[in-house]
Each structure stands twice: as C-alpha cells, then as structure tokens.
Design a protein around this ligand. Structure first.
Ligand code: ISL
Ligand code: CA
Length: 575
C-alpha cells in the first residue's frame, strides 16, 4: 500500500490480496442520484453532499456510472472525451474532490470504463469517418456494403441493424449499441495502447479500479459472419461472433500487463459480460490468468424474459433462479469469484420484479436482499435498492427517457401495428431501464429532495412515504437491514469464504442454503412467496441450538411455518 491509498475501512481484512472479497460495492448512476445546482440532473457535487448516507450504509466501494464528456445519447455510455468530465455532472476538480472525500471516509472509487465503443462525436471517430485514408480509419470497424446493403445481419441492442452507412465514404460502420456508439477496432494495437494510456491516467489520478462496460464484446470474429435468425426476429444473433471472441483473453491479459501489473494490489476490476457462462467466468476471473477480479453475468436477470426478449415477460420461476445462483456458486467455488447483484441502471427494481411491492414490500425487499448478500461473492447495491425503491408507475410514452425503450417503441409504431405498440409499451413499463433511473428518493418533499428544479425524469410518487429520511433513523427500515447485511459481511468470515450448499433445490417457495467454513455454519431460509410456507420435514431440528443472526419478523421458529417473505438466518459454531 502506498501512502496515497486510503486506509481500509475494515483493517481486519487483508490490506492487499483480494480485499474486495469482503467488500460491498454501491453503484451511483449520477444523473439520478442528487442534483446540487437545480438544473434537474444529478451531478458530482450532489454525490459529495450525500456521502453520509453511503458511510452510514457501510459500503466499501462506490462504482460511478460514466461522468465523462458525452452527448448523452445513452446517458454517458457514449463518451466523446475520456479525459474530461461532462459539464452536466461538474468538473474534473469536482471529481478530484469526490475521490478525496471518499478516501477520507475509507471508501474507494471505481469508474466506469466504456471502451467497446465511443461516441460518434469523439475526435477519434470524426477523424476516422473523414476519409477512407484517415490514419484513424482502422480505429473503428468499417466495411463495404454487401449487395448494396448492410455488411452482415447483426442487430443492434437498441433495435434495428448494427450497421450505419456513412454517405461520404460509402462504407458502413459497426455499432452494437446506438448509431451514436460506434464500436472501436480492438484488433488495432494503437487503439489498445490509447485505451491503456487513458486507464493509467485515471489510476494515477487516484481512482481504485474499473467496471468495464460490455468488455467481453471487444474481440469480434474477423470475418463478421451472419448470425442465426430466430423466429419472429428481423436480425441475426451476432453475439456468438462478438461475445468472448477469439482474442478477448489475450487483450485482457495485455491490459493487465500494461495497466494493473505494476500497481499495488488494492484495485478492483469487474467486467460486464452479457454472454458469460460459468465456464467463461472461470477463465476471466482466475487470478493466475491475470485478467479480471470478477464479472457481471446476466443469467438470473434473463429468467423472466419471454420469447420476444426483455419487453415480453414470463412469470418468475424461483426454482430456476435458485438453480442459476447455485450453478454459479458451485462453478466459481475453487477458482474465480462471483459478483452478486439484483439491480443496476439497466434492470427493473428487484422488489417489483421478483418480490411483492405492495402487501409485502418490506418483507420481500429484505428477504431478497438477504438471500443475495449472504452468498459467496461481492455484492453490489444499486442506488435506492437500500430503500426498497420500486418500479415506476409509468403512464404514457412521454414518461420514458431511455433510448432503448424509445427506439423499440418507435420501431413498432412505424410498422403501424398499434396492438404491437401497445404490448410493447406494457412490456417497457415493467421491463424497461427507466424503472431504475427515476430519482433517488431522499425525502417526502415534492421532488423527493432530488432537485429544486424540474427533474429530468419523473419522480416516483411513492417517495411521499418511501424515502431515505423516513428510513435512516428507523432501526426497522429496509435501509437498516442493508446496513446490517453489509456489517455482517465485514464481521463474519464465513460469509466471505464459506462453502455454499443449496437446500430444497426443487421447492418452488423457499430459497434455503448453508454457508460453512471450519468454525462456523450459517443457515439462510427465506420464504420467497406471498403465501405461508409449512415445513413438511423440519429443517430446524438440526439447528435447534443455533443463534438467530437475522430475522425480518419479530419472532418465529423454523419448526413449523414461515410467513410470506419471512427470512431467518441462523448461525452455529462448529466444534
Ligand atoms: O439493457 C440492455 C439492453 O437490452 C442490456 O443488454 C445492456 O445493453 C447491456 O447490459 C450492456 O449494458 C451496458 O452497455 C450499454 C449501456 O447502454 C448500458 O447502460 C450499459 O450498462 C452500452 O454502453
Ligand atoms: Ca445538476
């Protein structure tokens, strides 16, 4: 550790190796967190103003979604200058102040690294598109038309083709996301060197690591082959040709050498990987391979997607959710490491999605938090999740801001199919990303304490009773529950390193597992349903002498019945 590194919040944790295994990360989506200057958009000073909230919660690391210069086509995931802070969010000095303020409180800062693509307004891209002879031409992925049309059949994540024609030079460029997010050509060594240089610049400035946006997409199959077209889809599934492509491990190892290897060990890296399987994640997160510390996979957050994708929904299947978690827990038990999340800025709110946000709001929010946080891995809390924030009651298309939702809606409307457009709107209302992006509910005043101006996206009306001010001082609140979960991870080594074993795998109502190390065993049992659960065989007898570590009901025993969304955690000392 050098003197510029912050003192660790929990000195009992090893100061160097793999400290992040005992850490909890909190994600800030700056646009929606807190607005300090009344323009209706959250900003860096707004974050600085609310650090007490994060310190109270006890989190170790803040992951900040992009604040770099950006035209904001995709709320900052389209970067036009990696070395500048967008005036929407503040200045570089504000960011330095945030880094110092976090470090002073023993917290670390992880920045978002968005390098699969840039903004089309980045100077690298404006140079690249200026002519076929531009020295930067090869920094992006340009192809001639095929039969007068797109070079292949890949679809963009945000609807339509993944290719856009540049009229001036007569070639198409690839954009897996919006057409304002052209993909960089990672096969060009100059591109990689420029990215590593930028990463080093930020680490030298004092940040503590990176969350790497869609990082498994950086190596495309050199021939860019067509993808298979599934029924009812207009575009081919290209992901098998760009997800974890041929050189992705080589590039991540090179990045490790060029950026991380000569630095102190207390940095943290997490890669977002839409295509990750447990087998791939073992490769990416095996410390001996020197790639990443952990990845975000998408398996559990895809389980309620219907046949038409995320905007068609199917009922939540608890058995499938448990099966998925157990598969990942087991696959990364000996090698690698899991990240644990229900929410982020792209996902609907967990209490509305997998819980019950009306009758059992408090119970289901705490039960879902518990089953996630007591597994093996590094937990991530998305802003507002610690308050049990819910999905938004969107009324009409005017309430949405997210380009993904709007693009799909406009596409359906253009096809003139009004019933499809209506179905899509219903799907967007429950599955769309804006559910996660309504302002953080600080208090019960008209704009929830988020802004004194007009918020860029509507505030959820339930902020009148669901807010931080109401919860911060209430020992029975969801906030207090999260604080306890964070504290337990810091205090109980079995939560960090214990073996995981799923119990009652096929039961459709309860989520139960044990964590065990040489000295301690934990039993976590949650009724993940809105009906009472009656034990057929008593799960409790073996644990009769155990200590109750946590319960979200005033009393109860594991011998007979669990109330709807009741969760109980027991702890036993082993011989
Ligand atoms: O929500 C999704 C689209 O259906 C996800 O698949 C999402 O696009 C995917 O998780 C990649 O997300 C990341 O990169 C995107 C950005 O829009 C997301 O906000 C970011 O988390 C492009 O940079
Ligand atoms: Ca602002």
């Amino acid at each position: 550790m050098t003197s510029t590194q912050p003192a660790l919040r929990h000195p009992s944790l090893s100061p160097t190796a793999e400290w992040w295994k005992a850490a909890v990360v909190y994600q800030v989506y700056p646009r929606s967190f807190a607005d300090s200057n009344g323009d209706g958009i959250g900003d860096i000073q707004g974050i600085i103003d609310h650090l007490d909230h994060l310190e109270d919660l006890g989190v170790d690391v803040v992951w900040l979604s992009p604040v770099y210069a950006s035209p904001q086509d995709d709320n900052g995931y389209d970067i036009s200058d990696y070395y500048a802070v967008d005036p929407t969010f503040g200045t570089l000095e504000d960011l330095d102040e945030l880094i110092a303020a976090l470090h002073a409180r023993g917290m670390k800062l992880v920045m978002d690294l968005v390098v699969n693509h840039t903004s089309d307004e980045h100077k690298w891209f404006t140079e690249s598109r200026s002519s076929r002879q531009s020295p930067k031409r090869d920094w992006y992925i340009w192809r001639d038309p095929r039969d007068g049309a797109e070079p292949n059949n890949w679809g963009s994540f945000f609807s339509g083709s993944a290719w856009e024609l540049d009229e001036t030079t007569g070639q198409y460029f690839l954009h897996l996301f919006s057409k304002k997010q052209p993909d960089l050509n990672w096969d060009n060594p100059e591109v990689r060197a420029a990215v590593y240089q930028m990463m080093n610049w930020w680490l030298d400035r004092g940040i503590d690591g990176f969350r790497m946006d869609v990082i498994s997409f950086i190596s495309k199959h050199p021939e860019l082959p067509d993808g298979a077209i599934t029924d009812g889809q207009s575009w081919g599934e290209g992901i098998q040709f760009y997800g974890s492509g041929p050189k992705v491990h080589e590039y991540l190892q090179e990045m490790h050498r060029e950026v991380f290897s000569h630095r102190d060990a207390d940095l943290i890296t997490v890669g977002e990987m839409v295509d990750a399987t447990p087998e791939l994640a073992r490769l990416y997160t095996d410390q001996d391979r020197r790639e990443l510390d952990m990845v975000f996979h998408f398996e559990h957050v895809g389980l309620d997607h219907g046949p038409g994708g995320k905007f068609t929904r199917k009922p939540v299947d608890l058995v499938a959710i448990k099966h998925s978690f157990a598969r990942w827990q087991n696959a990364l038990a000996d090698v690698g490491w899991n990240s644990l999340y229900w929410n982020n800025h792209d996902q609907p709110r967990v209490v509305s999605r997998f819980g019950n946000d009306t009758t059992y709001w408090h119970e289901s929010a705490t039960a879902l938090a518990t089953v996630l946080h007591l597994m093996r891995g590094t937990p991530y809390i998305y802003q507002g999740e610690e308050l049990g924030m819910t999905n938004m009651s969107f009324q009409s298309i005017e309430d949405f801001r997210d380009l993904e939702s709007l693009n799909y809606y406009n596409e359906a409307n253009q096809e003139g199919d009004s019933s499809r457009a209506a179905d899509l709107l219903a799907g967007i209302a429950v599955g769309g990303r804006d559910n996660a992006r309504t302002p953080v509910q600080w208090d019960g005043t008209p704009n929830a304490g988020f802004t004194t101006g007009t918020p860029w996206i509507p505030v959820n009306p339930n902020h009148e009773w669901l807010n931080a001010a109401a919860q911060r001082t209430d020992p029975g609140s969801i906030f207090a529950w999260y604080r306890t979960l964070v504290r337990l991870r810091h205090e109980e080594p079995v939560i960090v390193d214990g073996r995981f074993e799923l119990l009652h795998a096929k039961d459709p109502q309860i989520f139960a597992y044990t964590r065990t190390n040489d000295t301690t065993a934990l039993l976590v049992v949650a009724n993940c349903s809105s009906e009472p659960f009656t034990f057929s065989s008593s799960i409790g007898t073996k644990w009769a002498d155990a200590e109750v570590l946590l319960r979200n009901q005033p009393d109860g025993s594991l011998a007979q019945e669990l109330r709807p969304w009741e969760v109980v955690v027991l702890k036993k000392r082993l011989a």
